[in-house]
Design a binder for this molecule. Structure first.
Ligand code: ATP
Ligand code: MG
Length: 396
């Protein structure tokens, strides 16, 4: 697939901008702060409904405006023959539910557009996938999941709501208990435990399946971008297993089994949870563990190795989105995702830069941001768009 046109209204620094695009390689070139990343961030938003730079939407809306609109014309070539353009439009209104429209139809929930545009975005922030906290790695898995199986976005939203309500209840149960009262809150808590287990189990099972499918691609991609020392291994670590005292998680456990395990775990942790007023077990406490040659990447890997690992995670995502991973066909391929490389080359040494450029060059569409044309490696020579002072212009 590729994006044929991107249009922004009140998104970041842009009041209005139109960017026509072609398949193949395009470099967005301009000095610092001119709005290159803002353009590719908008595309990433259409694919995942999130930004790779900020956790909430407020900063995405142009200062002084109340909502931003991102429109993308996506050409999907799934069926050989006539490519079908799909016009995707999403309206970002901080503090309110975002709305979307597909092909100019009536407004729907934003998450209806998930799965239409698929992107893999490489950015300087990726280093924190290796060096940072678990929430970045959970987000990595979930962003990939919603592109592969858009249905999961609804489950994640339900789970987040359950967590919020359950935390409020745990806090009030704690206060009641300290005041010498018990009763009502605890019965309601049973209901929320069941909801947490039901939605949480689906997320855990999906993430485990994704991790298993990614693992061989990560190992291969790591060997390609690094000097080939040590195997890069990823495993899913569920807080549930820790709570139940299991040494190893069962990556093939069914949703039903995981749901039962979660219920048991919250049962065991109940008094502790009430005491602390937080949910202590579930997918929001899980992690994707990265190891290199048997040692945890975080805290042990060198800077260069960490970068190779981060690149390997993105390259593996690209591989999976391109080829699908479910033999039953449920999570099947839907055309190559659009590859976005935001300022990554400046971060890499010559060898990694070269390897990465070779690996991504053949993709259907590659968008690269760079401060000067010389930052774009030779194998990625292609079209060029200058970005300057809020204006974009194709260089002929
Ligand atoms: N919500 C917003 N409203 C108005 N301007 C914004 C908003 N968010 C970001 N900006 C502006 O956008 C500019 C940054 O744009 P962007 O990050 O795309 O730059 P860039 O071209 O990628 O630069 P670099 O080469 O340094 O990465 C900054 O000048 C910033 O002030
Ligand atoms: Mg930038």
């Amino acid at each position: 697939m590729y994006v044929a046109h991107l249009s922004l209204t009140d998104f970041r620094s842009y009041a209005q901008v139109e960017l026509p695009l072609e398949p193949g390689i395009t470099a967005l070139v301009g000095p610092n702060g001119q709005g290159k990343t803002n353009l590719v961030e908008a595309l990433g938003y259409v694919a995942t409904l999130g930004s790779h730079r900020v956790p909430t939407d407020a900063a995405l809306v142009r200062a002084g405006a109340s909502r931003a609109v991102v429109r993308a014309r996506v050409i999907r070539e799934r069926d050989a023959g006539q490519p079908r353009p799909t016009l995707v439009e999403v309206e970002v209104t901080p503090g309110k539910a975002n709305r979307a429209r597909i092909n100019g139809g009536s407004p729907t929930r934003a998450r209806e557009i998930l799965g239409i545009l698929r992107t893999v975005l490489f950015a300087p922030e990726d280093l924190s996938l290796v060096k940072g906290d678990p929430d970045g790695r959970r987000r990595f898995l979930d962003d990939l999941l919603v592109q592969l199986t858009p249905r999961i976005a609804g489950v994640v939203a339900d789970y987040d709501r359950v967590l919020r309500q359950r935390s409020a209840l745990l806090k009030s149960a704690g206060a009641a208990m300290r005041g010498g009262r018990t009763g009502a809150d605890l019965r309601t808590l049973d209901v929320w435990d069941a909801k947490l287990a039901q939605t949480g189990a689906q997320i855990i099972v999906s993430r485990r399946a994704l991790t298993q499918a990614l693992a061989p691609h990560v190992e291969k991609a790591y060997a390609q971008v690094s000097s080939g020392q040590g195997d890069a291994v990823i495993t899913y670590k569920a807080s549930l297993d820790q709570a139940l005292g299991n040494d190893l998680g069962d990556d093939d456990a069914s949703v039903e089994l995981v749901e039962a395990q979660l219920l048991e775990a919250v049962g065991r942790l109940r008094s502790k949870e009430i005491e602390r007023g937080v949910s202590l077990v579930g997918p929001h406490r899980d992690d994707l563990v990265l190891t290199l040659g048997g040692l945890p990447a975080k805290g042990y890997a060198s800077h260069g190795e960490s970068w190779s690992f981060a690149l390997a995670l993105r390259l593996a995502s690209y591989e999976l989105l391109t080829n699908g991973f479910d033999e039953a066909g449920d999570w099947g391929p839907d055309g190559e995702p659009v590859l976005i490389l935001d300022d990554v080359f400046a971060e890499l040494d010559a060898r990694r830069r070269e390897r990465l450029a070779e690996l991504v060059a053949p993709a259907r569409q590659v968008l690269i941001t760079a401060a000067v044309p010389g930052d774009v490696p030779e194998p990625l020579a292609g079209a060029r768009v200058d970005v300057m002072g809020g204006e974009v212009s194709r260089v002929l």
